[in-house]
Structure formats: C-alpha cells, structure tokens
Design a protein. Structure first.
Length: 359
C-alpha cells in the first residue's frame, strides 16, 4: 500500500498537482513551481593578507548549491512569534478550557461529511490498501487527515472537520482550468492559481449549503480555502490578540489554532504514508529538501508526536531531526529528550551525539 501511495503521489506531482503539503488549502491542487536559479557564473570577493582583494569565479554547479542552501536556510528558520511561545501558550490553554465539548450528535456535520465522501467516490485516482481493494484516493486521504485532526484536537469544531474532509472535494476537475488559458507570465500564474482556489472554495461552500450551513461557518471555511484574512500561527503576537482594555480576541486565536492543526495533520499524514518509501528510494538531499518544506510549519505538539513515533529507523530519524527547524527555547526540551544534551544545544541533527551528555 505504501509503495502505491508513494507512486501515486509522484505521478500526481508530475501532472501539476500535490496531495501532501503543509499548506492548508493547496493540499491536492496546487502546482509545484521549481525555483529558478541563475546559471551565470558568480564571483565572490576574496581578501588575502598580502595580495588584497581578488576575484574568485565559481562554476555553475557550485553556484546552484550555494543558492539552494541559502534558500533552504531561509525557509527552515523558525519564526519566534508562534502559538508555542510562552506569551501565547497560556491564552491557548485558557481558550481550550473555555471551549465547550461538541455535542454527541451533529446532524449538519454528519450530512456534509457524507456528501463530501459521496462526491469523492467518483475520484478516478485509486489506491489499494492492505485488504487489496482499490478505493478512491481523495476519500482515503481525507480520512487520514481527519483521523489526525481528531487526535490533535478532541474538541474539533465543525469548520475544522469540514476543512479536513472537504479541501480536496472533487478536485480532479481542476484539470479543466487550463494553465494555457492564462498569460505565460507570473501574473497569469497567480490568476490561474487564484481561480483554482476560488473553484474549490465555491464547491465546498455549495456542499455546506446543501447540508444546511449558513452564515459564519461558510465565511470561516471560505476564508481559509482562499487563504484570505486568516491569521498565520507562525506569525502571531500577543498584541494581535489583546485589545486596549485587555479583552482577548479568542475568535482570532481559535482560527490560528485551527490552521495550525490542519498543518500538523497534513505533515503527519505525509510522514506516515509517504516518508518511509521516499527515504528508501530517493537521494538524501532531495529527501531533506522535501522534509524541510513539510516540517517547517509544524507545532511543538506535532514535533513531539513525530519524534515519538516508534517505527522510524535510525537513518530516518536522523533525516527528520536534520530537517526540523533549529530548536527555539520551546523546542530545545523536545530535542533534548530525543537526541541528548549535546545534540539539543549544539547540533540537533547529528546522530553521533544521541547518548552524549555534558552532565
């Protein structure tokens, strides 16, 4: 099953689609754009004690490696303004305490989930699980994401569950929106991507209306699908949530938590279903590049779950720890538990320091 999921994912990537992503709305339908790197020979000024400034020319291969390393470094730096920061962690815990448990029976939610599954049953992409029966891939994938969402948040709202199940509803029809119908420049690319997001948002909104939803749930789901007017859980501060008189905007905080939960669920599905096959069949540099992209936006809770999974081999765990962002004060304790004192403080990806302790 894992091999078929891996092959299907790679084939879908070649067609311009992407199932596994840390991005919360581009999971099954966003095209991959390879970064362009200049092929011109670069020069760097080198200074020596005797000769003064001189020019050293670097070949194209070295230039590309430097550009890739610089690009990855800029992506992997974790933003310190996150929901895991101490100044926000207390508010998040308070919000979770105040949030009531969902009712046992949610008729509208059950109806919209059934409608989404009925639509995705027509998915032309199939995957075979352990029982040997081929099933629609978008149905299986949404079930995987929903399973992790429920584990990460036992009080998941209707909007969160609908987004976990329905972000890829009928997304195979996005192929009807041809890239060739738009201008061959960056403006045309942005318009093409925006039209695809709008199509998916309209489709999911129509399903929700059919199930009886109206008002605020429709707005919240649409804003997340379009990535518009929603908070970034990796770039949020206390002054964004607390008003002049001390009132806390719990609605904004809950939206940020919902988006973070979706990112974590997507990352965990990717690691659970795709990463083992990828680590065995692809080069280490390519694997690390993809891991850094997938794990760059996960939370401290997701990091703990990921490092605590028992089925990683030594090589796979080493790749994961190397791909994780540099540990902040909040992540340092996680790395300490997983890798040891020296690794958590100086070199979090070096397996040689696993059992080393300065104490």
């Amino acid at each position: 099953m894992g091999r078929e999921v891996f092959e299907l994912s790679r084939s879908v990537r070649k067609q311009g689609c992407r199932f596994f992503s840390r991005s919360i709305v581009t999971c099954p339908c966003t095209s991959i754009r390879k970064s362009t790197i200049s092929r011109h020979i670069s020069s760097s000024a080198c200074y020596t004690a005797n000769e003064g400034p001189s020019i050293t020319y670097l070949p194209n291969s070295v230039t590309r490696q430097i550009a890739q390393v610089t690009q990855l470094a800029s992506r992997s730096v974790i933003c310190r303004a996150t929901l895991d920061d101490p100044e926000l962690e207390e508010m998040v815990h308070r919000m979770e305490e105040l949030r009531p448990s969902p009712p046992a029976q949610r008729e509208k939610l059950e109806k919209v989930v059934k409608l989404i599954d009925d639509i995705n049953l027509n998915d032309p992409s199939k995957v075979t699980l352990e029982d040997g029966i081929p099933r629609p891939y978008r149905v299986i994938y949404s079930d995987w994401v929903l399973s992790w969402v429920n584990k990460l948040d036992n009080k998941a709202s209707d909007e969160l569950i609908i987004l976990a199940k329905g972000r890829n509803v009928e997304s195979w029809k996005l192929s009807d929106i041809k890239r060739d119908d738009y201008s061959p420049n960056s403006g045309g690319m942005k318009l093409w991507e925006q039209d695809r997001k709008v199509w998916l948002a309209d489709r999911l909104e129509a399903v929700m209306k059919e199930a009886g939803y109206e008002g605020e749930p429709l707005r919240a789901v649409r804003e997340v699908m379009l990535q518009r007017n929603v908070p970034d859980p990796k770039d949020i501060r206390k002054f964004d949530l607390v008003g002049a008189l001390g009132a806390i905007n719990y609605k904004l905080l809950e939206e940020a938590k919902m988006i973070q939960t979706l990112r974590d669920a997507d990352a965990l599905v990717f690691m659970e279903k795709n990463f083992p096959q990828m680590a065995d069949r692809m080069g280490s540099e390519e694997v690390l590049m993809m891991l850094r992209k997938e794990l760059g936006g996960i939370s401290r809770q997701c990091t703990s779950i990921l490092l605590g999974m028992p089925h990683w081999s030594a090589v796979q765990l080493k790749m994961i720890t190397k791909a994780l962002p540099p540990p902040s004060k909040r992540l340092r304790s996680i790395m300490l538990e997983a890798e040891g004192t020296a690794a958590s403080s100086t070199h979090p990806g070096d397996w040689r320091y696993k059992d080393f302790s300065y104490d």
